[in-house]
Design a protein around this ligand. Structure first.
Ligand code: 6PG
Length: 251
């Protein structure tokens, strides 16, 4: 087992600069992946922070259409709320409105979790099949995405892996339905097994409401209490992009 690489923490001034730095990394890694193996596989994150990144990607792509070869990019989702794709809470809807409808990415390249199915576990099984076929996986193999974007809640959750939920401990499966008592709602999410198998995992964290959790995550906090602390890629890079407000309690 290769020694885990030291996480790289980049602290920038503001959410706008989190988005710019994340866009720099997205574009650089997309170019490298496409040159190296003909495509770039990326899992988008939900929440509000990624919207800023999406806006920068749209702006840069429109300014220079040759900057990003969207035809070679395969879009996955690290998690999804268990709602239909046109629901206001849908991560797919947010991504479509802020990014996917504004760049020339073929629809076939966008792989959403089909949460219109009322059974979240069935959605997870179906998405696992999409991953298996997209990455030509055998039974227990893990997909190696080129980039997995993450956010972090004030409670230290990431993707839809919330403190105290069963999904945090799941290591056999690749995608699961995860019931979240605090919302009394189901989610569908990658497990940490998939997240930690990526070439690069990039948490984007902004806002002073994240500062206490980030202090614990970077410090002595428990991975059970702060699930994002389970993110340590086995081979890949871990690049935290954090604004000054979220980083204010770091030593
Ligand atoms: C989701 C996200 C979730 C998000 C965090 C942070 O489905 O909501 O996957 O894990 O990244 O809640 O959200 P913000 O970026 O809005 O703070």
């Amino acid at each position: 087992m290769q020694p885990q690489r030291k996480p790289d923490v980049r602290i920038v001034e503001s959410l706008a600069q989190v988005a710019e730095a994340a866009a720099d990394e997205f574009i650089a890694r997309a170019g490298e992946a496409i040159d190296h193996h003909g495509r770039f596989t990326v899992a988008l994150s939900g929440g509000s922070t990624p919207k800023a990144l999406h806006g920068v990607l749209v702006e840069r792509s429109n300014k220079n259409p040759r900057l990003i070869d969207w035809s070679r990019i395969q879009i996955f989702f690290g998690d999804e709320r268990h709602v239909p794709p046109d629901h206001p809470d849908s991560n797919y809807r947010m991504a479509k409105e802020t990014l996917l409808s504004k760049v020339p990415i073929p629809e076939v390249n966008v792989h959403r979790m089909r949460c219109e199915n009322p059974d979240a576990n069935a959605v997870a099984v179906e998405y696992d099949k999409i991953l298996a076929s997209g990455f030509r996986l055998k039974e227990s193999q893990l997909p190696r995405l080129d980039l997995i974007l993450l956010g972090m809640g004030p409670d230290g959750h990431t993707a839809s892996l919330f403190p105290g939920t069963e999904g945090v401990r799941e290591i056999q499966k690749r995608v699961i339905g995860n019931f979240v008592p605090k919302f009394n709602a189901w989610r569908v999410t990658f497990t940490f097994s998939v997240i930690n198998h990526a070439e690069c995992v990039m948490p984007m964290i902004s806002g002073d409401d994240k500062a206490p959790a980030l202090r614990e995550v970077m410090g002595a906090g428990s991975p059970d209490t702060y699930p994002i602390k389970n993110v340590h890629p086995t081979h890949g890079a871990l690049l935290w992009i954090v604004d000054r407000a979220a980083a204010k309690e770091l030593p």
